[in-house]
Design a protein around this ligand. Structure first.
Ligand code: NAP
Length: 295
């Protein structure tokens, strides 16, 4: 039987509708959430991600400013721009698109963002609070995955969850959220990476399998349990259509795996739209927090 599709695009649209209403309510109090995005260089994928973030912000009534800096911008120039956004009262959230060019220290840059405006949730203060289970900005892709599961009626409590990938932006934080003692957590989590001895042994045990490795179709049907729920985070550009559009593939062999599992996210249209949506959620939350409005 074919798997149920977990349509991130539809779930993201529902959340965006809620956010647009929240933005309207804020507007009635003369508050307009503001987002500054900063892109250094001209990487096409990053350009398209930042463009989509600004477009979504605009559609929701969020004020957005896009700062495009040339690839050889110095770290000091970037830090000065972040500082001016930290000081700007019209800006509630700051997003620096990663990756940054090699001559700029990612950790210095992320640490320079005011934690109260860190809507990507990458500042060490927010990472620490997330680990402790305290109120903070949650990183967008992991938070989006938790929301996808929750709104699709997939219970994490007591579930065996296997996460493939241990990056700071997806693997580690999603594993962390899943072990928190609250709704959307309470799972038993295994984290796999390139040094994992027998990955299929672990993935086959998963009730919920989350894959964020960046390797096209690395998860084949024999690596998943019958009836599992599969979240494919991978976005891999595997070619170009005649019109020049990127052809995308996930980390999961969708055609084969979808015949065996209970539910699965498509690529595109799965996790991707949720990432942008949770960024908007954090920006609205930032505007509420600074204005002391209940979340
Ligand atoms: P990353 O920083 O490159 O990390 C990849 C992780 O996967 C690493 O921990 C790596 O292990 C592990 N890995 C790679 N190949 C593996 C293999 N053959 N077996 C086991 N583990 C392997 O990547 P990322 O930033 O987390 O992104 C992962 C994927 O998700 C990419 O395709 C990216 O485009 C996509 N992504 C999508 C969204 C979205 O919104 N949809 C957001 C973020 C990322 P080691 O640590 O041992 O090297």
């Amino acid at each position: 039987m074919a798997a149920e599709l977990i349509r991130g695009k539809d779930i993201a649209a529902a959340i965006q509708k809620e956010l647009a209403e929240a933005v309207q309510q804020l507007a009635a109090q003369n508050i307009v959430p503001g987002l500054a995005t900063i892109l250094v260089g001209d990487d096409p994928a990053s350009q398209s991600y930042v463009g989509a973030k600004n477009k979504t912000a605009h559609a929701l009534g969020i004020h957005s400013e896009q700062h495009n800096l040339v690839a050889n911008t110095s770290e000091d120039e970037l830090l000065a721009l972040i500082n001016s956004c930290n000081e700007n009262k019209a800006i509630h959230g700051i997003l620096v698109q990663l990756p940054l060019p090699g001559h700029i220290s990612e950790s210095r840059v992320l640490s320079s963002i005011d934690p109260a405006k860190d809507v990507d949730g990458f500042h060490p203060v927010n990472v620490g609070k997330m680990l402790l289970g305290e109120q903070c900005f949650l990183p967008c892709t992991p938070h989006g995955i938790i929301e996808l599961l929750r709104r699709s009626g997939v219970t994490t409590t007591g579930a065996e969850v296997v996460v493939v990938g241990r990056s700071n932006i997806v693997g580690k934080p999603v594993a962390n959220l899943l072990i928190q003692k609250r709704e959307g957590g309470n799972a038993t989590v295994t984290l796999c990476h390139t040094r994992t001895k027998d990955m299929a042994f672990h993935t086959r045990r998963a009730d919920i399998l989350i894959v964020a490795a960046g390797v096209p179709k690395m998860i084949s049907a024999d690596m998943v349990k019958e009836g599992a729920v599969v979240i494919d985070v991978g976005v891999n550009r595997i070619g170009q259509s005649e019109s020049g559009k990127a052809i995308l593939a996930g980390d999961v062999d969708f055609a084969e795996v979808s015949k065996k599992v209970r539910a699965i996210t498509p690529v595109p249209g799965g996790v991707g739209p949720m990432t942008i949506t949770m960024l908007m959620h954090n920006t609205v939350q930032a505007a509420k927090m600074v204005n002391k409005i209940a979340l």
